[in-house]
Design a protein around this ligand. Structure first.
Ligand SMILES: [Zn+2]
Length: 197
């Protein structure tokens, strides 16, 4: 798996430089730390290979690009208010200090297509990917560059499912709540660890 950082594939408009405030932020941060502890989102040098988000009334709150999940703080989170798909390049309107995760378009599309989903977690769970066939989870057909529209389309083609693997890349886990999305990713991680013995 090669996932070199090449920068975000969209334009970002900062509506304000205010980091998001929401009562669920603490819970998201708890899961960010757990992803780091369990190596579900290993470092690629400039940040952790993974991104977590939850839906709010105003859009969704997501980890910023180049963020280390183990030491994430409120200032590393970004509120994505809306994405304008009509421009030459998708334009993301945000509130916060950082640029949003490079997978923000994917999160946005998944929230749109899954109205019952309120939390999305993406990690690079190596153990799950090594045992993906035995686990029987849906996998995208082709490897696509991260942050691309092609990757987004591959993932959307697997719907409906709350858990999937992006070929040679990582996992996506979704739930009605932050806890549900997190627990689902742990369930597959633990199953994979048993297969690994
Ligand atoms: Zn990734």
């Amino acid at each position: 798996m090669v996932e070199e950082y090449v920068g975000v594939r969209f334009a970002v408009v900062f509506e304000s430089k205010e980091p998001p405030k929401d009562e669920k932020i603490e819970e998201l941060i708890k899961w960010c730390r757990l992803y780091d502890e369990l190596s579900l989102a290993p470092s690629y040098g400039q940040g952790s290979g993974g991104n977590l988000s939850f839906r709010t009334g105003a859009g969704f709150v997501i980890t910023g690009t180049k963020t280390f999940l183990g030491t994430v703080r409120q200032e590393d989170l970004v509120l994505v208010e809306k994405i304008d798909w009509e421009c030459d390049r998708p334009t993301i309107h945000v509130h916060g200090l950082k640029e949003p995760s490079s997978e923000s378009m994917l999160h946005d599309a998944l929230y749109k297509i899954n109205p019952e989903v309120n939390c999305i977690m993406h990690g690079h769970d190596r153990i799950v990917m090594e045992h993906v066939e035995q686990l029987g989870v849906p996998v995208t057909k082709e490897e696509r560059p991260y942050g691309s529209v092609a990757l987004m389309e591959e993932v959307l083609s697997l719907m409906p499912t709350n858990y999937l693997v992006m070929k040679n890349h990582g996992i996506i886990s979704m739930g009605k709540t932050i806890d549900e999305a997190g627990q689902l990713s742990l369930k597959y991680h633990e199953k994979a660890l048993i297969l690994d013995k």
